[in-house]
Design a protein around this ligand. Structure first.
Ligand code: F3S
Length: 403
């Protein structure tokens, strides 16, 4: 504890000097944020992190915080990546983004780049060369990526907010509490899924699980193991409706088989049946969609390939009859084979957009109802897109609905 009780956490000599401002105003502010969060959460100390992932980067959502970001100086201490911004860096004009918004967004991006943060703007940092290893400590914002990192990759991160992820990036450390500690990563409630699942079923499942478990870590029992893309959707949907930062699936979650792992599991059990899923889909389908959007979280190269195959099957030689957008990471498109797939997808009249998404860009605010395979969009479109509706269906139906 510091002599005059300004904080409770133990800081090393070097950390104390940063707190006192001996390494400049930016690091002092970053350290103050980390210490405040650490104290609120009763962290005993700071720990080194391997990487950081910073959210809240779209000019649509950042608002006045931009002035603060712009005032920061120095460089991040660890490899750091950014979440999607409000436009495709190259195609913003085609998207109908105003010059004024584009200029502001470019300034926001420049402010982060100046700090040494990589401008790969995506919510799937783990698919573009920032995949953490088991047991590595991180400070990631973006709930879908946090759940994937903890539950699928076995890394350790709390659900950071934009300021705490940025502060951790600037210091290279984060407070030691929550999901950084093994004892807080045990499953607390069992969810038994009594039917086979595929594709967007995992979005629906994640949406329901997040809603039902709140902040309790679920142990999910499923008849067969999901693919990586399905886990991406499951993670995103749980993160969208729940406040829990990880889940367990035996055979997927690296630590799920560890001794004593089930010691916190309560008697309570949630059962999910086929008719629960059917009801969920039926409740979401109430209107005629006027747009189709896939890529929340951003599409992997496998998903792009699958969408192309579905377009070929459903509409050979035709163009889509509705606006249809696919969102992905720019780094995913920078592979010759994927580029060829994207060209073929775009020949159907589908637009493939990088760096942004339906939710964080102002370009999609004139639609009333979007058809999607994403549970996260189902949650956030009504909240962040002027009350528009999102209807969930399988990827195949999304493509079929376009013709
Ligand atoms: Fe990513 Fe945007 Fe969805 S940031 S997880 S595509 S809401």
């Amino acid at each position: 504890m510091y002599p005059d009780n300004r904080y409770d956490m133990h800081l090393t000599k070097e950390e104390e000097q940063i707190y006192e401002g001996e390494e400049g105003w930016t690091k002092k502010k970053a350290m103050e944020i980390l210490v405040a969060i650490g104290d609120i959460n009763h962290a005993s100390k700071l720990i080194q992190i391997k990487t950081a992932h910073v959210s809240g980067v779209s000019y649509k959502t950042i608002g006045e915080a931009f002035e603060f970001i712009n005032s920061l100086e120095g460089r991040v201490e660890v490899k750091s990546t950014l979440n999607p911004i409000g436009m495709d860096i190259e195609k913003w004009d085609e998207m109908g983004i105003s010059k004024e918004f584009a200029n502001k967004q470019t300034e926001v991006l420049a402010a982060y780049k100046k700090l040494g943060i990589s401008a790969d703007c995506t919510c799937i940092p783990y698919l573009i060369g920032n995949a953490p290893g088991k047991g590595e400590h991180l400070a990631w914002a973006e709930s879908s990526a946090v759940l994937y990192a903890n539950s699928v990759l076995g890394a350790r991160t709390n659900m950071e907010g934009a300021p705490s992820a940025l502060a951790a990036a600037l210091i290279g450390k984060t407070p030691f509490y929550g999901l950084h500690q093994a004892e807080n990563r045990k499953p607390e409630i069992k969810v038994c899924v009594n039917c086979d699942l595929a594709d967007a079923d995992y979005s629906a499942l994640g949406f329901m699980i997040g809603d039902l478990v709140g902040d309790k870590i679920p142990m999910i029992e499923i008849p067969s193991l999901p693919s990586k893309d399905e886990l991406k959707h499951l993670s995103a949907a749980i993160g969208a409706t729940g406040s829990v930062g990880m889940y367990h699936i035996r055979g997927i979650t690296p630590e799920s088989e560890a001794e004593g792992m089930e010691s916190e599991l309560s008697e309570e059990k949630i059962e999910i049946e086929k008719n629960d899923l059917e009801e969920f889909y039926a409740l979401s389908r109430t209107r005629e969609p006027d747009v189709i959007a896939i890529g929340c979280p951003h599409c992997s190269s496998r998903e792009l390939k699958r969408i192309y195959e579905l377009l070929k099957t459903g509409g050979e030689g035709r163009k889509v009859g509705k606006d249809f957008f696919i969102f992905t990471a720019r780094a995913i498109t920078q592979n010759n084979q994927t580029q060829r797939i994207i060209e073929k997808i775009e020949n159907y009249g589908v637009k493939v957009i990088c760096d942004t998404c339906f939710v964080v860009s102002p370009a999609f605010e004139n639609y009333d109802c979007v058809l999607t395979n994403s549970g996260k969009m189902q949650r956030y479109v009504p909240l962040l897109c002027r009350g528009a509706k999102a209807m969930l269906c399988k990827t195949e139906e999304c493509v079929r609905g376009a013709f």
